[in-house]
Design a protein around this ligand. Structure first.
Ligand SMILES: [Fe+2]
Length: 254
C-alpha cells in the first residue's frame, strides 16, 4: 500500500499573528496551506517540517504552532533551520526530538521505509553545516539499514541551486555529506527548504528536492534576493515499495 508524506518548509512565523514579512502575513499564509492539507491530504502518514518554523526565535511562536497543529502533531517530524531557536523548538516539540542529542534529529520507520532528519543549523549563521556527530550518526544509521529505502530531510541545500546569493549560504560541508549519502545505496531522495522555491537536482544518483515556503517565495535564478509573486505551497511525496513520486501543490492566498 502506498504511503503519503507531506513536506512543508520555511514557515517564518512570529509570536504576533499579525506580523508581516516582506509583505506576506506568514501566519495567514501558513494557515491557508495547512487548511488545504487538512482538506485534501488528511490521510497523510507523516508531515516533515524542514526548518525556519519561527522567524523571531520566541518560545511563544513554537507553542502557537504546536497548538495550531493540534491532532496533526502526532504525525509531525521536524528539523531546525537557520532562523530557529533550538532550545525553544526542542522544548515545545519534545516528543519528536531524539533525547540526549545536542542537535534536533529524527528517525522514523514507516512501512518498510526509513526517514532521517538532520539538523544543519550553524548557530548564529545563515549558512549551514552538519556536525561530525551527526555525520557519524547518519553513517551508522545507513550502515545498519542497507536494505531499507531511506529519505533524508534537512534545511540547507546540499547542492547548488542556481542563485549565487543562495549558493553562498547553503550547506558549507556538503562534500562530507555527499561522501556518506552517495556511498549508501538506499537513499531514494533528499528533501530540503531554505531557498523558498521549488527546485530539483541530482546529487550523484540521488534526486534532491526543495519545497516552497508556506509564506514568502524567492525568485529562482537570481543574483540577489528577489521576492517571487508565486503563491506558497507544500510537497506531497508518495512512497511505493521502493520508489517515490513527488509533486508540489501551490496554494493561492486571497
Ligand atoms: Fe527560510
Amino acid at each position: 500500500m502506498d504511503r503519503k508524506l507531506i513536506q512543508i518548509s520555511d514557515l517564518h512565523l512570529f509570536s504576533d499573528p499579525e506580523a508581516i514579512l516582506k509583505n506576506v502575513s506568514t501566519w495567514k499564509s501558513f494557515e491557508r496551506v495547512i487548511s488545504v492539507i487538512e482538506e485534501t491530504h488528511a490521510d497523510f502518514d507523516a508531515m516533515i517540517i524542514t526548518g525556519d518554523l519561527a522567524h523571531d526565535e520566541r518560545l511563544e511562536t513554537y507553542v502557537r504552532l504546536k497548538h495550531r497543529l493540534g491532532p496533526l502533531d502526532s504525525r509531525v517530524w521536524l528539523v531546525p533551520g537557520n532562523h530557529d531557536h533550538r532550545p525553544s523548538m526542542a522544548e515545545t516539540f519534545s516528543a519528536q526530538v531524539i533525547p540526549e542529542r545536542e542537535t534536533i534529529n529524527f528517525q522514523c520507520h514507516l512501512d518498510g521505509w526509513q526517514l532521517l532528519g538532520l539538523d544543519s543549523q550553524l548557530t548564529g549563521e545563515t549558512a549551514g553545516a552538519i556536525d561530525d556527530a551527526q555525520l557519524r550518526w547518519l553513517g551508522e544509521r545507513l550502515n545498519s539499514s542497507r536494505d531499507i529505502p531511506t529519505l533524508v530531510f534537512l534545511h540547507h541545500p546540499p547542492v547548488a541551486v542556481g542563485s549565487p546569493w543562495l549558493d553562498a549560504i547553503g550547506l558549507t560541508n556538503a562534500a562530507e555529506f555527499r561522501k556518506i549519502v552517495e556511498g549508501a545505496g538506499q537513499i531514494r531522495g533528499i528533501f530540503f527548504g531554505h531557498i523558498h522555491q521549488e527546485f530539483q537536482a541530482e546529487l550523484g544518483p540521488i534526486a534532491c528536492y526543495a519545497t516552497p515556503s508556506t509564506g514568502v517565495q524567492f525568485k529562482p535564478d537570481s543574483d540577489t534576493l528577489v521576492v517571487d509573486a508565486r503563491p506558497p505551497g507544500f510537497r506531497v511525496i508518495t512512497l511505493g515499495d521502493d520508489t517515490i513520486e513527488t509533486h508540489v501543490v501551490r496554494v493561492p492566498i486571497d
